[in-house]
Design a protein around this ligand. Structure first.
Ligand code: A2H
Length: 260
């Protein structure tokens, strides 16, 4: 890790329908508030594939052994993330009033799996929350947006889920959306993560060492040599597009800056 704080982009994903298990726990406790899962990402430029015109969002990940909460952000909205992240948000004026958090519900990650997320512009409106083994409770919000085209961890998790849906306690259809090309790189083409996963002969999420290496390779290749394939900044370099996509999402109320 570097010396300064990590500047994440917090991506807001509105809940469309809770899983039956989540519904039972939540009941009437969030009142009239809209609830958003908040994912922390370092690659906001990959999100147009998820969130803007006509492209297909794939899914979102939580850790099944992680404890989450739903926290009042203001009178109208509530955010689902770890308590740790909510505390940080309360000191960054993301959750108000400053320094104060109100937990409406506590909920284990295992119960959130199967919840459906709103994907207003996606081709496939059925976008699900799925389990990922390697989500850390100590990083970001504990919620990870899935971009299997550019994140080796996301891609390998998707393969594992498709191979053993029963083991992971999901319906096969929840993991049926294919990766969407977002960024092209000279070495790996339009599907950087799948190419690197193949090159390093990664077999499952348990190959954490190789996945860490793959993540490093894919991240550097995308950042320094990537070109946008879709969206408003199509044709521009990733370095150029990244802050513009981030600013546009923040302006549209789809995301916020989050540091830790
Ligand atoms: B990134 P860093 Cl397309 N546990 O977002 C495990 N991983 C987490 C996490 C947690 N609690 N919170 C966030 N992350 C992931 C997109 C992405 C990411 C792409 C490519 C690479 C990539 C889509 N998933 O990360 O340790 C999130 O995945 C490679 C660096 O703070 C977040 O960005 O450097 C990244 O890890 C943050 O990792």
């Amino acid at each position: 890790e570097g010396f300064g704080p990590t500047e994440y982009t917090g991506i807001k994903m509105e809940v469309a329908e809770w899983s039956p298990a989540a519904k039972e726990i939540i009941g009437e406790k969030v009142g009239g508030r809209k609830v958003f899962l908040v994912a922390a990402t370092l690659r906001p430029e990959t999100i147009p594939a998820n969130m803007s015109q006509r492209y297909g969002q794939t899914n979102t990940f939580v850790g099944t052994a992680i404890k989450y909460g739903i926290f009042a952000a203001n009178d109208k909205e509530a955010y689902l993330c770890t308590l740790r992240a909510a505390r940080n948000m309360a000191f960054q004026d993301i959750i108000t009033p400053r320094g104060h958090i109100e937990q409406l519900v506590e909920i284990p990650g295992s119960k959130i799996v199967g919840t459906r997320i709103n994907a207003p512009y996606a081709i496939n409106p059925q976008v699900y929350v799925l389990p990922m083994d390697n989500v850390l409770a100590t990083k970001g919000t504990g919620v990870v947006t899935s971009v299997p085209s550019d994140s080796p961890d996301d891609y390998q998790t998707l393969l594992d889920l498709r191979k053993k849906p029963e083991f992971y306690g999901i319906e096969p259809s929840w993991a049926s959306i294919d990766p969407v090309p977002v960024i092209s790189t000279p070495t790996y083409g339009e599907m950087t993560a799948p190419a690197v996963v193949k090159q390093l002969k990664i077999q499952s999420q348990k190959d954490t060492k190789q996945l860490a290496e793959a993540k490093e390779i894919a991240y550097k290749e995308g950042f320094y040599n990537g070109t946008m394939l879709i969206g408003e900044f199509k044709g521009q370099s990733v370095q150029e597009a990244k802050p513009k996509v981030r600013d546009a999402m923040i302006k549209d109320g789809l995301a916020f800056a989050y540091a830790e």
